[in-house]
Design a protein around this ligand. Structure first.
Ligand SMILES: [Zn+2]
Length: 199
């Protein structure tokens, strides 16, 4: 495969990037001076070398000391009785952006279809159970996308929580996020009312 096609194939795997955008990226890079290319390569390597996953919530963060916890888990003013389970980092960011949530998070790492049981191991279900056992939560909000996969995963998560405790209230986001839509594309107001109306 020639180098243009090879790079295009790599870019095509990026979220939201299709054939045409991948091509534009490649031609942009071809015109970039060598220093620009070196800067890009360096930034990507730095990202891989510096970023850690938080030991409690799996949020990626850049440690400035030897900390193993992200800024959210480390923050003493966050409500440690509330846990919000999300699919991925960008969902956490969307909820943070509403500024209406002051609890902790847990990033599940994906969603699965119940039809495809082989997908289930990608989820951090065991890690979640451990987190709940170790924590002191009074409410767990399952904030997954209202897609078929999100709903199937919500059921799986809820059942897994019930296996280990019956003392915790389990809630879901209120309806309002368009059916089949995704948290990360919902506007702040919609997400805010889905969060406030959770039950
Ligand atoms: Zn964390």
């Amino acid at each position: 495969m020639d180098s243009i096609e090879k790079l295009k194939d790599i870019f095509k795997k990026f979220p939201t990037v299709g054939q045409r955008t991948a091509g534009r990226f490649v031609y942009y890079l071809m015109k970039l001076p060598k220093e620009g290319v070196d800067e890009l390569i360096g930034a990507i390597q730095e990202l891989k070398n510096k970023i850690k996953l938080c030991e409690l919530c799996f949020n990626p963060f850049e440690p400035y000391d030897n900390s193993v916890l992200c800024q959210i888990c480390k923050n003493p003013s966050r409500n440690k009785n509330l846990l919000c389970v999300v699919e991925k980092e960008t969902d956490l960011l969307s909820i943070e952006n509403t500024k209406k949530y002051n609890g902790l998070y847990f990033i599940l790492g994906g969603t699965v279809s119940l039809m495809r049981k082989e997908d289930i191991p990608i989820l951090r279900i065991e890690e979640l159970k451990k987190r709940i056992k170790d924590g002191n939560f009074s409410e767990i909000i399952i904030a997954l996308n209202p897609t078929p996969e999100g709903r199937a995963t919500s059921v799986l998560v809820e059942n897994s929580i019930k296996e280990i405790t019956s003392d915790v209230k389990i809630t879901h986001l209120a309806k309002g996020i368009p059916v089949g839509g995704e948290l990360e594309y919902a506007d702040e107001e919609t997400l805010e009312s889905a969060l406030e109306g959770r039950k």
